[in-house]
Every structure is written in C-alpha cells, then in structure tokens.
Design a protein around this ligand. Structure first.
Ligand code: DSN
Length: 425
C-alpha cells in the first residue's frame, strides 16, 4: 500500500497543542486512506473547510439579518443573506432559514412551530428507516409529542401508502414527516402530499440524505408537494455540519420564531458562511454531474452486490444508499461493520425492516456512494468495491484477519489515485 505523506497544514495548532494537532493529522490520514461508505458522510471542498474556520466564529448574531440583538453585523448580515438567497435559488423555495445547528434541532423547531406538547405527530419508524427526530420514543420529539409511526411492507421493503393514509386519517397528526436515514428508494412526495392534505396535517420532507441529489436534479424535488423542507447540509449536499429549514412564505414566521428565539441562541456564523459556499458549489453544472454520478455509482454497486448474493432491502436502490440484510450471509451487521472497518471500508451497522436482532447488534449494514463519488470513483470501480465488501464480510464470518489486511492494502492502492477533496496531499 502506498503511504502518501500528509504534512500538517495547521502550523498554529501544531505549535499550541501538538496532541490535538496529531489527532487531526491522524483523522486526515484515515479519511484519505479508507473507502468511506457511510451514506450520510462526505468530503467538503477546501473552500467549505476554509469558510468554516474563519473569524466569523468570533461574532454573536442573535436575531436575523437587519433585526439583530447585537451590533457589528455589517458583514454577518451579508453572509447570512447570501446563504439564504442561495438556498432559495438552489431549491426553488420562497423562504429559507439557515440557522439550525443541525438536523435534530431543525426537526425539533418544526415541532415547535406547528404542534403543542402532547399533540400527535407522525413519521416513519426508526427501525424501518425513519429518523429519531420524527417522533420516535427515545427522542424529545417522541417524549414531548405523541408519535405514531408508519413503516415499509415486509414483502417489498417499500412504503405502503394505504397504511400511511389509514394511519393519518385515524390519528389526525398535526405534522407528518416523510424521509429518513435508511431509505434506498425515491420518496413519493406527491403521494405524501395528498395524504397530508386529506388529514389536515403539515407535511415536512426531511431531505437530509438526498438534499444534494435534489439540488442536482437526481431526485424529484419535494417543493410542489410539501409545506416544509428540513435538511442537514453535510451529507450529499457536501457542506459543513449544519441544517436548513425551507418553506413557502406563509410558514416563514412560524419557522423563524421556532428556531430563534424558540430553540436556539446565536447562529454559528462560520457554519452559515460555509453553507453559503456549499450552496454556490451546488448551483454549478458540475454539481449536477456529481449528483447523477452518486446515483449511477450506487446502482452499479447494488447490481454488483446482488450478483454476489447479497440481500438488499427493497431489492436495490434509486439514490445514494444501499441497505443490506446480512442474515443470509450468517454474519451479524456489527461484526461485519467492524471487520470491514479493519479492511479499510468504513460502513455502519444498521437495523433492517422487521429486524429480529437488537438495534445495537442488528442484522444489516448501510452503505452509500456520496464520498467515493467525491473522490472521482466511477461505476467501473464498483465491481471492485463489491468484491472487497464480499471478501470482507466472508472474512468477518471466519475471523480471517489476513484476508481483511489484504483488502485494506488493495483499497489503499486504488485510493492513492483518487485524492479526496479538502484533504492535504
Ligand atoms: N444523520 C443520520 C444518518 O447517519 O443518517 C443519523 O442521525
């Protein structure tokens, strides 16, 4: 395996805190030398990285542009306005709030805007591919609100819209969430829209996973069908760790009030700046190519995995994500994920719908193609990636560390030719 040199590019940090600088350097090497397959992760550009490490960090800005509780906002107001205007242009929405600290507070803000504590909210069950913050019991959204959950069909792994409609009409939730964290298929926003209108609910599309695909035209947009869009900015959108809420003008005030002062204090201006940069990148023609390449890679990888006998939830993928049930391979998800990590393939273990195992030791693993596409890997490389996963899972079952080391060497060899954005070379 080639061992590329990664000299520290953080001289002040290295001088002030060598221990911490060494950890940052080690993480840079890890991200350079491993194939990162976690579908919610990515590599930001050097420009996004620089924007998020600026003196904007030093400024308090409670409020919104032109309506702040602190002076000295001459530049910050323009930064936030730039981010907002770019979000509106990229996603074709009337209103954008770029202040939520991350996806979980963004979704809590949506609850705050449209429901009272104790009200019923509806989302996809976490073990079916939904998100904690869509009313799942262990989250504040499930403790302070009454969460009811829909799932996917056992036989197809797809959402059953008859079930969703029946539940919505029976429970009359104030808010319905669609979207999630382990959904390999296109979300039918139009079908959710019809149901939400019939039930009198506010429909929220959580597009955190697919925001970059929507921006790049590789997944249908929720805009004509939903009331609110919630998204993180750091997954397929390739921005900093942050979030946005978007809507038509009629919901702007409620959302803004819920984010600040409802839930948060001062926005993280350095993150707002980096979101603005990421949105500028997402508006370029090359980002459309990126979004479509993410999907092409995922489809090629799914085909190659199916050819090797893997059981994919819903039989494949339409987007960036593949959910694999390893039950037929007789290797638990956690054991497979940890072995693949030792082989230089970074994945996460995950429940699969109707999992008979526990969430902390489930049957599946979840993989995705956003990061490897950012490095320039193409469909022709996906046979190799599937082969490594196949060998890694087989080695996990046998405890064959030599086989894992062999895969790791091959991964390093290939990745040497595909430097990751934003990392020192
Ligand atoms: N962001 C989610 C994911 O990894 O998909 C978890 O909250």
């Amino acid at each position: 395996m080639t061992a590329p040199q990664h000299p520290y590019t953080h001289p002040a940090l290295t001088a002030a805190d060598p221990e911490l600088a060494a950890l940052v350097g080690a993480e840079e090497r890890l991200q350079a030398e491993t194939l990162r397959l976690i579908p919610s992760e990515n590599y930001v550009s050097a420009a996004v990285l620089e924007a998020s490490g600026t003196v904007l960090q030093n400024k308090y800005s409670e409020g919104y542009p032109g309506r702040r509780y602190y002076e000295g906002q001459q530049n910050i107001d323009q930064v936030e306005t730039l981010a907002v205007e770019r979000a509106k242009a990229v996603f074709g929405v009337e209103h954008a709030n770029v202040q939520p600290y991350s996806g979980s507070p963004a979704n809590l803000a949506v609850h705050l805007a449209f429901a009272e504590p104790g009200d019923t909210v509806m989302g996809m069950a976490l073990p079916m591919g939904g998100h904690l913050t869509h009313g799942w019991g262990v989250s504040a959204t499930g403790k302070w609100f009454r969460g009811v959950q829909y799932g996917v069909r056992h036989d197809t792994g797809l959402i059953d819209f008859d079930e969703v409609r029946e539940l919505a009409l029976k429970e009359r939730p104030k808010v319905i969430f669609c979207g999630g964290t382990a959904l390999p298929r296109t979300i039918d926003f139009a079908a959710f829209g019809e149901i939400a209108r019939e039930a009198g609910a506010v429909l929220v599309a959580d597009i955190a996973h697919i925001a970059g695909l929507v921006a790049g035209g590789a997944h249908p947009s929720p805009v004509p069908h939903v009331d609110v869009i919630s998204t993180t900015t750091h997954k397929t959108l390739r921005g900093p760790r942050g979030a946005m809420l978007m809507s038509r003008e009629e919901h702007a005030k409620a959302l803004d009030k819920a984010v600040f002062p409802g839930l948060q204090g001062g926005p993280h201006n350095q993150t707002t700046a980096a979101i603005a940069v990421a949105l500028r990148e997402a508006s370029q023609p090359s980002f459309r190519d990126y979004a479509h390449a993410v999907v092409a890679n995922a489809k090629a990888l799914a085909e190659a995995l199916l050819a090797r006998g893997f059981d994919l939830v819903s039989g494949g993928t339409d987007n960036h994500l593949i959910l694999m049930d390893l039950t037929p391979k007789q290797v638990p998800g956690k054991i497979a994920a940890k072995a693949l990590d030792r082989a230089g393939l970074v994945v996460n273990y995950n429940t699969v719908p109707y999992d008979t195992r526990k969430p902390f030791d489930p049957s599946g693993i979840r993989i995705g193609t956003p990061s490897l596409t950012s490095r320039g890997l193409a469909p022709e490389h996906m046979t190799l990636v599937a082969d490594w996963i196949d060998r890694g899972v087989a080695a996990a079952g046998k405890g064959d560390e030599q086989a894992l080391a062999a895969v790791r060497a091959e991964v390093g060899d290939l990745l040497g030719a595909f430097p990751a954005p934003g990392l020192p070379v």
